[in-house]
Design a binder for this molecule. Structure first.
Ligand SMILES: Nc1nc2c(ncn2[C@@H]2O[C@H](COP(=O)(O)OP(=O)(O)OP(=O)(O)O)[C@@H](O)[C@H]2O)c(=O)[nH]1
Length: 322
């Protein structure tokens, strides 16, 4: 029998943000995307939040008990074993259903490792990770996220993010559905204490500067110091030089970005939230890295994020040297 902690270390122990594997809870309005201004919009006090875990043999009725508690109804029909772990949130209760992983013959979830098959209200996913966008104000974090999520560019006047905001997107990596919960933070100094609180359970951080802004590049070192102070030790970090479409206003050479990234041992690429260059690649590379860490097949070679990026990235700024 696998221990509960083994399931939790598969990247899911901190799933306390508003979500529900069962599609209906007091907090479902926030399931897909949400905005948090200076503090959580949750209707409960996170200080007082507790997890309750339902354990017991397969088929004893843990899921039915939870659905009855959460939705006040009984799911009739044939028994469908929980694969991995599911959870639901009620105003003051977080309940987890834990089953021994069912290594059922031919079940893709089981055969690809100890992963979790869950459903948010409208999209199935196997495994979920929290990603944060960091960097100075106006480097393009919100546009970067909107480009990835909706394939559109937010042109027009700049409206600074207040506090923190998130969007979910599910991507498929090696037949595994990976849900990225992407947190867009406010770059302005005055929101720093709010955003620090969210670093702790992020599995990946995308750190952006603007290739037309020297100060945003110079501040990257300070951002990295902050990351080392507040984030998990093994967090995946990626450095991104955004606005690569603005060749005429470039003040930071691509080589400078590459050098800084090498110094800190993090992957790097230039991106454009406007044209979409390398936006999807940045998130896909992170999703692949996190998925390989969580679900590692015995005979699978270690995923090399640097090599993957080098082989995939578009050299968007090839012709725009200073
Ligand atoms: N040309 C160009 N403009 C961009 C790009 N990304 C963002 N912008 C513009 O830069 C400005 C700031 O973009 P935001 O995405 O709001 O910046 P932010 O980093 O989220 O800023 P804060 O919310 O204050 O942290 C906006 O006017 C965008 O239209 C890009 O890749 N190319």
């Amino acid at each position: 029998m696998e221990s509960i902690s083994e399931h939790q270390t598969a990247g899911h122990s901190e799933m306390v943000y508003p979500d529900s594997a069962y599609g209906s809870s007091a907090m479902d309005t926030d399931t897909e995307d949400g905005q948090i201004l200076s503090t959580s919009t949750s209707s409960y006090d996170e200080e007082l939040m507790h997890k309750t875990i339902l354990v017991g043999d397969s088929g004893v009725g843990k899921t039915s008990l939870l659905v009855q508690f959460d939705q006040g109804k009984f799911i009739p029909g044939s028994f469908s074993a929980t694969v991995g772990i599911g959870f639901t949130v009620r105003a003051s209760v977080v309940a987890l259903v834990v089953n021994i992983i069912q290594r059922a013959n031919g079940d893709p979830a089981c055969s690809s490792g100890d992963i979790i098959r869950c459903a948010s209200t409208n999209e199935y996913f196997d495994i979920a990770f929290k990603v944060m966008l960091l960097g100075d104000s106006a480097v393009g974090k919100t546009c970067f996220l909107v480009q990835f999520k909706d394939g559109a560019f937010l042109a027009g006047s700049f409206i600074a993010t207040v506090g923190i905001d998130f969007r979910n997107k599910v991507v498929t990596v090696d037949n595994v559905k990976v849900k990225l919960q992407i947190w867009d933070t406010a770059g302005q100094e005055r929101f720093r204490s709010v955003t620090h609180a969210y670093y702790r359970d992020a599995q990946a951080l995308l750190l952006l500067y603007d290739i037309t802004s020297k100060s945003s590049f110079d501040n990257i070192r300070a951002w990295l110091t902050e990351i080392h102070e507040y984030a998990q030790k093994d967090v995946v970090i990626m450095l991104l030089g955004n606005k690569s479409d603005m060749a005429n206003e470039r003040v930071i050479k691509r080589e400078e970005g590459e050098k800084l990234a090498r110094e800190y041992g993090v992957p790097f690429m230039e991106t454009s939230a406007k044209t979409g260059v390398n936006v999807e690649l940045a998130f896909l590379a992170v999703a692949k890295e996190l998925k390989h860490r969580a679900v590692h097949q015995p005979n699978e070679p270690k995923f090399q994020i640097h090599d993957y990026i080098e082989s995939q990235k578009e050299k968007s700024s090839c012709c725009s040297f200073l």
